[in-house]
Design a protein around this ligand. Structure first.
Ligand SMILES: CC(C)(COP(=O)(O)OP(=O)(O)OC[C@H]1O[C@@H](n2cnc3c(N)ncnc32)[C@H](O)[C@@H]1OP(=O)(O)O)[C@@H](O)C(=O)NCCC(=O)NCCS
Length: 174
C-alpha cells in the first residue's frame, strides 16, 4: 500500500479540493486537535465527559490523540486538501494470524470540509492500511446517537456487532 495517496478530487468531476493522505507527524497535532474539537461540535457526549471543564477537554483530548499516535504512529494519517490538514484517521492493529484485527481509534474531518467524500477517502485508506498489516477484520466504536457516522459505516459495509453503554461496535471483514 502506498504511504501516500495523491491527487484525485474526492468526488470525480466536482471541482473539489485536491487531496492527499500521508502519515501524521508530531507537528500536525495542533491542527489535528483543532479538527477534533470542531468536528465534535454537537456530538459532545461522544468526545468529552460531561463534567469536564473546557481546560480538561483540551488536556484530555491532547492526551487521547497523543496516545492514539504513540501506540501506532505509522497507522495515524492526515488528509490534506489544497495543502492544509483538514482530516485525520488513527488505526491500531494487533493479534496474530487469523485473529489479527484492526481498530479505527478516531476519524474526523473539519466541518468546513465534510460531506465532500473526504471521510470516505480516510476510511478507505484506513482499511488499506489494515489489510497491509495482515488484518482480516476492522472494527470501531461509534456513539450510538452519531447517526451521520453510523450511516457512513453501514454504507461502507460495517455491521453492528454489539453495544456497550452509549457506544456501538461496528465490524467489517476486509
Ligand atoms: C464521520 C466523518 C469523519 C465523515 O466525514 P465526511 O467527510 O463528511 O464523510 P463523506 O463526505 O465521505 O461522507 C460519507 C457519506 O456522507 C454522505 N454525503 C457526503 N457528501 C454528500 C453530499 N454532498 N450530499 C449528500 N450526502 C453526502 C454520503 O452518504 C456519503 O456516503 P457515500 O460516500 O457513499 O456517498 C465526519 O462527519 C466527522 O468528522 N464527524 C465528527 C467526528 C465523528 O463522528 N467521527 C466518527 C467517530 S466513530
Amino acid at each position: 500500500m502506498p504511504a501516500e495517496s495523491e491527487g484525485a478530487n474526492a468526488r470525480e468531476g466536482t471541482g473539489g479540493p485536491r487531496t492527499s493522505i500521508r502519515p501524521a507527524t508530531p507537528g500536525d497535532f495542533p491542527a489535528i486537535e483543532r479538527i477534533y474539537h470542531r468536528a465534535y461540535r454537537g456530538l459532545e457526549p461522544y468526545a468529552y465527559e460531561s463534567h469536564w471543564t473546557p481546560e480538561e477537554r483540551e488536556k484530555y483530548t491532547r492526551e487521547y490523540l497523543s496516545w492514539a499516535y504513540e501506540e501506532e504512529p505509522e497507522g495515524f494519517f492526515v488528509l490534506e486538501a489544497d495543502g492544509e490538514v483538514v482530516g485525520f484517521v488513527s488505526v491500531h492493529t494487533w493479534g496474530e494470524g487469523r485473529a489479527r484485527r484492526a481498530e479505527i481509534i478516531e476519524i474526523a474531518v473539519d466541518p468546513d470540509y465534510q460531506r465532500h467524500g473526504l471521510g470516505r477517502l480516510l476510511l478507505d485508506h484506513a482499511e488499506q492500511y489494515a489489510k497491509s498489516k495482515g488484518c482480516a477484520k476492522i472494527q470501531l466504536w461509534v456513539g450510538s446517537g452519531n447517526r451521520r457516522a453510523l450511516e457512513i459505516y453501514k454504507k461502507r459495509g460495517y455491521r453492528e456487532d454489539s453495544r456497550y453503554e452509549r457506544w456501538t461496535k461496528m465490524l467489517k471483514d476486509l
